[in-house]
Design a protein around this ligand. Structure first.
Ligand SMILES: Cc1cc2nc3c(=O)[nH]c(=O)nc-3n(C[C@H](O)[C@H](O)[C@H](O)COP(=O)(O)OP(=O)(O)OC[C@H]3O[C@@H](n4cnc5c(N)ncnc54)[C@H](O)[C@@H]3O)c2cc1C
Ligand SMILES: NC(=O)C1=CN([C@@H]2O[C@H](COP(=O)(O)OP(=O)(O)OC[C@H]3O[C@@H](n4cnc5c(N)ncnc54)[C@H](OP(=O)(O)O)[C@@H]3O)[C@@H](O)[C@H]2O)C=CC1
Ligand SMILES: O=C(O)C(=O)Cc1c[nH]c2ccccc12
Length: 430
């Protein structure tokens, strides 16, 4: 048993004014992990291997909700499979180089089963506060799985934040959008271009989502115009049959980052030509440096660029304002459109619930860069915020599970010792 119900009214007095429906307070003899995505599951697996009890709290009704609920049907991993598997459990041998999202989800389900991980689903963490006097975390949730929502409170010594870099969609405000009248959706709710067939669609944003949604729209006979308001690095997914990402990782072992970036840009130029000719201005900073410093992922092209070259995907500049059935662009051009897809990215939600400002920045990501951002003070940990995708999450998970196991074993040994001493004192009284 990892947890038990407790009555601790005086330890963390709840203010009468706090509108919290707390009906249960649960002591967890181990860490609380927030999020059952790849990061949370990988930490859970590492803890299981070392015999440490834990609980995982997940707001959705399933594991890997980003992958199951917030991605489009034809999505495939864009990094080769060896960079996407989690620790201690390889992908099945028959997986292709770039697994489909369904293959990846089925792998994560097998992973969860293999390590016997049982997250608490439909439980959203509302707040987490550290009490320095007791050295304990107080984690408040709302559980919505039953007939009525209930508040639950967990008390623990270790807290693992695994809610991801993509926890919430970014929805910018645009002048006049309320008068547009057509269908407006975020890329996280886009499933397929089928329902857009024959429509003129404005895709806002040119990251991997904007590019892949535009390509999918083309493949379903829709007419996408993609907004590129600043700049973007487009790289071929492969160079002479070898993954560009893998090539970059190999080169990084021997060469400085600036040189790897230069080589990547030369290769991109040889394979794709001059992307700027088509309205895709390149940033001044190289692709890997930009990923490291600003978190902006280069586009790994899976065919959208060819559609841009052929004119099937039209590139347009920034948006000035919307009006009924139209959008006006910053260059003065007006487009008639039926729908808008906002491929405007994601953000962390950590600042909305974690009451802490040493490990995490106000943007909800660790202040210290990789590889020093996974551990905070007072038993706080961060997993999956390295801007290095699934391979970064796996490295974090290994460090975190190892560190918690060490600390949990020490704490457990000490507790056993003090209980034995108390037992001896009791016996000596008789
Ligand atoms: C479309 C898309 C494609 C991608 N493709 C790749 C790829 O090919 N390769 C790669 O390496 N990376 C890729 N990534 C990056 C992606 O971030 C990782 O693949 C991976 O999902 C990160 O795992 P995570 O567990 O850190 O975060 P997530 O997968 O986002 O999981 C976090 C979990 O926390 C839960 N949660 C959030 N807030 C709360 C709360 N308050 N209380 C309880 N639960 C909460 C969420 O519901 C979610 O289930 C992609 C990202 C996107 C958006
Ligand atoms: N196959 C795969 O594996 C896929 C992976 N992904 C991953 O998911 C993550 C998120 O990617 P993505 O969803 O593309 O988000 P990104 O953050 O990478 O891109 C957001 C885009 O929206 C633009 N944007 C934001 N606000 C505005 C605005 N007000 N007006 C115009 N443009 C705007 C940004 O432009 P600007 O740069 O000017 O701010 C940028 O082009 C990435 O890590 C990506 O690699 C995504 C899709 C597929
Ligand atoms: O898919 C993503 O968003 C990732 O974070 C994976 C990733 C990590 N480092 C990169 C460098 C170039 C392209 C993708 C990635």
């Amino acid at each position: 048993m990892s947890s038990c119900c407790l009555n601790m009214p005086n330890m963390f007095p709840t203010l009468a004014s706090e509108a919290f429906l707390s009906s249960r307070c649960i002591w967890v003899n181990g860490p609380v992990i927030v999020g059952a995505g790849p990061s949370g599951l990988a930490v859970g697996a590492g803890l299981k291997n070392q015999g440490v009890p834990f609980i995982i709290l997940e707001r959705a009704n399933c594991i890997a909700s980003l992958w199951q609920n917030r991605t489009y049907d034809r999505l495939k991993l864009h990094l080769p499979k060896q960079f996407c598997q989690l620790p201690n459990f390889p992908f099945p041998e028959d997986f292709p180089e770039y697994p489909t999202k369904y293959q990846f989800i089925s792998y994560l389900e097998s992973y969860t089963k293999h390590f016997d991980i049982n997250p608490h689903f439909n439980e959203t963490v509302q707040s987490a506060n550290y009490n320095a006097t007791f050295g304990l975390w107080r984690v408040k949730t709302i559980a919505t799985g039953g007939p009525n929502p209930i508040g639950v409170e967990y008390i623990c010594r270790w807290l693992v934040v695994a809610t991801g870099e993509n926890a919430e969609k970014v929805v910018p405000e645009f002048e006049g959008l309320q008068y547009f009248g057509g269908h407006v959706t975020h890329a996280c709710d886009y499933k397929s271009g089928q329902s857009y067939s024959g429509e003129r669609v404005l895709v806002v944003g040119c990251g991997n989502s904007g590019m892949e949604v535009s390509l999918d729209l083309c493949n379903h006979n829709a007419n996408p115009s993609m907004v590129v308001r600043s700049s973007v690095h487009v790289l071929p997914r492969e160079v002479l049959g070898k993954s560009t990402f893998e090539l970059a990782v190999s080169m990084m072992k021997w060469l400085p980052l600036w040189l790897v970036d230069k080589i990547l840009l030369i290769l991109a130029h040889l394979i794709l030509g001059n992307t700027e000719k088509y309205g895709l201005k390149r940033p001044r900073v190289g692709p890997l440096e930009l990923k490291n410093t600003a978190g902006k992922t280069p586009v790994l092209d899976i065919g959208a660029f060819q559609k841009i070259r052929s004119g099937e995907i039209k590139i347009v500049p920034g948006i000035k304002k919307f009006s009924r059935g139209r959008v006006e662009l910053v260059n003065g051009e007006t487009l008639e459109i039926e729908s808008v897809i906002l491929a405007t990215g994601y953000r962390s939600n950590v600042p909305s619930w974690l009451k802490e400002n040493e490990l995490f920045s106000s943007e909800g990501v660790p202040k210290n860069p990789f590889p020093n951002g996974w551990k905070g003070k007072g038993g706080l940990y961060a997993v999956g915020f390295t801007r290095r995708g699934l391979s970064g999450a796996s490295l974090d998970a290994i460090s975190v599970a190892h560190d918690i196991a060490k600390s949990w074993k020490e704490a457990t040994k000490q507790k056993k010792k003090s209980m034995a001493a108390r037992h001896r004192r009791c016996i000596s009284h008789f």
